[in-house]
Design a protein. Structure first.
Length: 247
């Protein structure tokens, strides 16, 4: 399993995305709406919107849903106004957690996020308390069975990737955020398949957890993902594969 983008891999492994497709659609619609509001409705001229629409298409969101979300963002259709905010804190074992929120009620969001931290043995911290432990990067997970290492490195690095790292059963392609789309296009052109592709916050170092702490961490992250006001959540927790499989 991927080490540096562990939570994304855990979600994929647990099947959380399929089980919560309705919530995923809601989060994607929020992102598309805000992206269109802040950068305009032209997909080609708005990188954030382009990335959001690509993510929605990857989840098989109907075209009509995507178009309505864009129009709500540009004001062509009436829609809810969402406010962006981020929160930081500590999970079980002192692990670092970053939470990105899109909400129409910031007071509700803060209260719910704080409640989740406290319920599972964590605590919300001040802005900046853990953000320095993460770097914003583009990320692709490539299964070793789906790519030749030499070819992958040539294609990715020539397209502007910063690094191609080997993990137990996969390769991780890391890019600067502004190079994410170029690398994605190069991988597609080369016929290299990948998963967990996103511009994300990657932890600089992992924090191993086991036993009760790992179990509480999994529950905390699941609760954050399930919260309607939470858009994305990141952690540096490193949880054993066997614990994930048994949850």
């Amino acid at each position: 399993m991927s080490g540096h983008n562990k939570w994304s891999s855990i979600k994929h492994r647990k099947g959380a995305q399929d089980a919560k497709r309705g919530k995923i659609f809601t989060k994607l619609i929020k992102e598309i709406t805000v992206a269109a509001r802040t950068g305009g409705g032209d997909i080609e001229a708005n990188p954030r919107l382009r990335t959001a629409v690509a993510a929605a298409k990857a989840e098989n969101m109907p075209k009509d849903n995507i178009e309505r979300a864009i129009k709500k963002g540009t004001g062509e259709l009436e829609g809810v106004s969402y406010e962006e905010s981020s929160y930081e804190g500590y999970g079980p074992g002192g692990t670092a957690i970053l939470v990105e929120s899109l909400t129409d009620n910031k007071n509700r969001a803060v209260a719910e996020i704080r409640h989740i931290f406290n319920k599972y043995g964590g605590n919300m911290g001040e802005n900046g308390c853990v953000a320095w432990m993460f770097d914003k990067k583009g990320y692709f997970n490539v299964d070793k069975a789906d790519a030749d290492e030499e070819k992958l490195m040539e294609v990715a690095l020539d397209a502007g990737a910063e690094d191609v790292r080997e993990d137990d059963d996969c390769f991780e392609v890391i890019t600067a955020p502004e190079d994410f789309e170029a690398v994605q296009a190069a991988l597609d052109s080369a016929g290299i398949t990948y998963s967990d592709e996103e511009v994300t916050m990657l932890p600089q170092n992992m924090s191993p957890l086991s036993g009760n702490e790992a179990e509480r961490m999994l529950k905390l992250m699941d609760a954050m993902e399930d919260c309607d006001d939470v858009q994305k959540v990141y952690t540096n927790a490193d949880i054993p594969d066997d614990m994930v499989d048994n949850m």
